[in-house]
Design a protein around this ligand. Structure first.
Ligand code: MG
Length: 170
């Protein structure tokens, strides 16, 4: 790969169902509904993984961590993020910054956003401490859809993620 910089985008949706766990950006959020998934359903982390993989044309999360595999049943999505980022570092690139937008109607997630940014930055930094990731490198935003569509009807949560990665200088 010739480019010093590469960008990637990711998008994921999970359905909401009563009584399940709602975890976004590695943070548990108390709510009456949670995310239906083979893994822990952290749709924000899944979108981020896809953005990272996309930046280096490495396919998608479903290719690397198939939801038909028992290995990934109920898995903490932070582990998927660590493994995805390890692939990026192995290719000789590091994350410059990530920008994540969560679309959900309820509950309000503003009180949890700083914790999500901290959790994601810590998870990424763990992969290789030589390339730490700062909280300021991870943006998390949230919006409702003003009641429109499947997000507005509280049927699901959608997340967009964009990343920039940079070649590690030797
Ligand atoms: Mg997913």
């Amino acid at each position: 790969m010739k480019s010093r910089f590469r960008i990637g985008n990711g998008y994921d949706v999970h359905l909401l169902s009563p009584g399940l766990r709602l975890v976004l950006g590695g943070v548990d959020i108390p709510h009456t509904k949670g995310l239906v998934a083979h893994s822990d359903g952290d749709v924000a982390i899944h979108a981020l993984c896809d953005a990272l993989l996309g930046a280096l044309s490495l396919g998608d999360i479903g290719h690397h961590f198939p939801d038909t595999s028992a290995e990934f049943k109920g898995i903490d999505s932070k582990i998927l993020l660590e493994r995805s980022y390890a692939l990026i570092l192995d290719k000789g690139y590091r994350l410059v910054n990530a920008d994540i937008t969560i679309l959900l109607q309820k509950p309000k997630v503003a009180p949890y956003i700083l914790k999500m940014r901290e959790t994601l930055a810590q998870t990424l930094s763990k992969v290789n401490p030589d390339f730490p990731c700062a909280i300021d490198d991870i943006s998390v935003k949230a919006t409702t859809t003003e009641g429109a569509g499947f997000v507005g009807r509280e049927e699901g949560v959608a997340v967009y993620a964009t990343v920039l990665v940079e070649k590690i200088c030797e």
